[in-house]
Design a protein around this ligand. Structure first.
Ligand SMILES: Nc1ncnc2c1ncn2[C@@H]1O[C@H](COP(=O)(O)OP(=O)(O)OP(=O)(O)O)[C@@H](O)[C@H]1O
Length: 309
């Protein structure tokens, strides 16, 4: 549904986005994670046809975002990170205005607008002025606006930013509903747990470069992030210390209260092999426990790498 090939955007000598290659399948919820300035909004603006790439290509539903803008715009609903609302309009009028802008007939608007207001939990606010709405409500109204022409693809730039925890939960529930409606959703955030829960695939971007892409579990595995392994043995701990110290994939072996721990860099398979080797060496392993790498650690690991280069 969405494909970018070597997508690049430069501002003068500054590269905001560097050779981004993305592929998002229909019906997928894709989470774009990165710190401020990583290049998320730049990517979303290009996909929404609002910004022209310097080089490379981007397609939505097979249509080129530069040469087939009209077709792309019909396919997407875009919710920018900063949005303006027309304060002197009532919510229903506001959606009517956008519906008309998308060439929906009066009959279509009369049918669609109540459905959209229902979907974003604003049915009881249809006669309220936009400026009387809370931030969370305004954000949901903008989501309804992005949905007014029933687009197949939704591009949501930090839809939960600035919302209190309750409003975030509400937003998340609406997005779950949209997922069930088989929309393809691209959503950005710098808050990882929020995305990991509701996205099928996550892409981590840093300084314009896509550092990793895949399911949360796959990202952890591909990165082979350093993990900490704790081992307890029955009997001779000295042999175990010597074994783990000489092993090529372990670092910083230490013992505390009869628990041996060390750093380990390797994939799951190699970790399993290490345990077999230890047993093969006659070490009576009682427990062998790797620490859980959470998404936050993965993210920190990735961005640390970039700072070092
Ligand atoms: N018009 C512009 N001129 C020059 N630099 C720009 C312009 N727009 C964006 N940038 C720079 O490009 C980089 C990427 O910005 P972008 O807005 O895509 O980041 P982001 O990941 O969306 O961050 P945020 O979460 O803060 O919105 C930033 O360093 C930003 O300062």
């Amino acid at each position: 549904m969405i494909k970018t090939v070597n997508l690049t955007k430069t501002y003068g000598t500054f590269t905001a986005l560097k050779e981004l290659n993305l592929e998002v399948q229909k019906g997928t919820v894709f989470g774009f994670v990165g710190q401020n300035g990583a290049g998320k909004s730049t990517t979303f603006s290009i996909l929404s046809t609002l910004l022209t790439p310097t080089s490379g290509e981007a397609r939505v539903g097979g249509f080129n975002v530069v040469t087939e803008q009209k077709k792309v715009r019909q396919m997407i609903g875009y919710m920018p990170d900063f949005f303006g609302v027309y304060d002197n309009l009532k919510t229903e009028e506001y959606l009517d205005f956008y519906g008309a802008a998308y060439n929906l007939s009066l009959t279509e608007r009369k049918k669609t607008i109540p459905q959209m207001l229902e979907l974003v939990n604003l049915a009881n606010k249809k006669d309220s002025y936009v400026d009387s709405l809370s931030r969370g409500m305004k954000q949901r109204l903008c989501l309804a606006r992005a949905l007014i022409h029933d687009p197949e693809v939704l591009i949501l730039d930090e839809p939960a930013s600035g919302l209190d925890p309750r409003a975030r939960v509400e937003m998340r529930e609406i997005l779950k509903e949209l997922k069930h409606m088989d929309k393809t959703i691209l959503i950005s955030s710098h808050i990882l747990p929020e995305l990991s829960e509701m996205c099928d695939v996550i892409g981590i971007i840093d300084q314009g470069v896509l550092k990793a892409e895949g399911s949360v579990a796959a990202i952890r595995q591909t990165l082979q992030a350093d993990r900490q392994i704790s081992v307890t043995v029955h009997g001779d701990i000295e042999t175990a210390i010597a074994f783990f110290e000489q092993h090529a994939k372990t670092t910083l072996v230490e013992v505390q209260n009869d628990v041996l721990s060390f750093g380990f860099k390797g994939a799951d398979q190699e970790q399993a092999a290490l345990l077999s080797e230890a047993i093969g060496h006659g070490i009576a392993v009682l427990s062998f426990r790797p620490s859980e790498t959470n998404l936050e650690d993965v993210f920190m690991e990735l961005t640390k790498e970039v700072e070092l280069t």
